[in-house]
Design a binder for this molecule. Sequence first.
Ligand code: CAA
Length: 380
Amino acid sequence: MDLELTQEQTLLQQTARDFATREVEPRAKALDHEGTWPGDLVKRLGELGMMGIAISSEYGGSGFDHVGYALAIEEVSRACASLGVIMSVNNSLACDPIARHGSEAQKREFLTPMASGKLLGCFGLTEPTSGSDASTMLTVAERDGNGWVLNGSKNFITNGPHANLMLVFAMSRKNVGHKGISAFIVPTTTPGFSTSKPDEKLGIHAAHSCTVFFDNCKVPDLQLLGPEGDGFKVAMGTLDGGRIGIAAQALGIARAAFEKAVAYSKERKSFGSPLADKQAIQFMLADMATDIDAARLLIHRAAYMKDKKQRNTREAASAKLFASEMATRVTHKALQIHGGLGYTRECDAERHYRDARITEIYEGTSEIMRIVIAANVLKG
Ligand code: CAA
């Protein structure tokens, strides 16, 4: 793995950075405080080719690699973690599985408009009684002529209130565990599809999520993604990519908090000199910088392996585990360095601290990441 970025990766990073600093960062605090869905910025991501970064241009994407994708998510999340996850869900959880498992017709009809940002996607795996233990889902898909009828619900669906398409996992065969799960591409305009009001969350307030209900939703065979019964593997393989996106989001959040802590420590004086002169603060900054570097290396390794089409289940889990817990550590220290000011809504440190926390939970909790890593380590 070459640690030097390619010309294409540098270009993508710069494009994402320019967009994020000019158009996103100045609005991030207000978007979070008001809980406003950033519809115009989601549209801009599409115009910039960032809703299908690693999807081939033949299907509406930008044709970059996954290292480039991680760089772009980091830049956008540094400015606004909400926009970062909206983008990550569309790229990793909606476009990527269709690119990998979809038929030519599905790629034309569903992938192309999502990767080009014309339609927004979301991912329906989690249910009220099935989160970490994903294969115990209750949503069912019953055979009906040349199609399927979906009944059930999914919750905590990021992008759910605004999405046009949803990748839905449902039990199409009973009593065979995960081998009974199939994946379906479901337009949100399908009769019987409905959503709850957006969830009220601790952070990432501008990234709306909700519960989704299926009440006799008819889905034609043409919208079955991959073979019947392969849905769980589609979901797990998709999350191997998604976890790179969330790790990169955590990295972006940590970087934002770190950069602000460095600036504040130079400017704020106490006991006759800037905070930055105190070893207690220097040690915190040194640990934060090291944590951030380590996370980035793990993320790029997992992304590089995906680009090389190597199985990266363990590496993606390690990247997500480390980066998300690192973001919690770094944002905690950043808030501490800001003192009382850091605890106020006036200061971005509190937003970064709240935003970091979800990265330890969604797309697989830290506990599930440890289970995945240990299982792969022990397998040898
Ligand atoms: N790629 C491909 N196949 C995989 C796989 C992977 N990464 N991981 C497992 N599989 C296969 C296994 O090989 C196995 O296949 P066989 O039966 O043919 O051998 C099958 O899947 C079942 O594997 P396990 O026995 O390991 O499955 P399990 O039921 O024990 O579950 C788990 C494993 C790791 C705990 C899994 O359930 C898991 O990852 N849970 C967390 C779910 C999660 O991340 N949810 C996030 C929701 S999405 C979200 O948050 C989106 C959002 O809005 C932001």
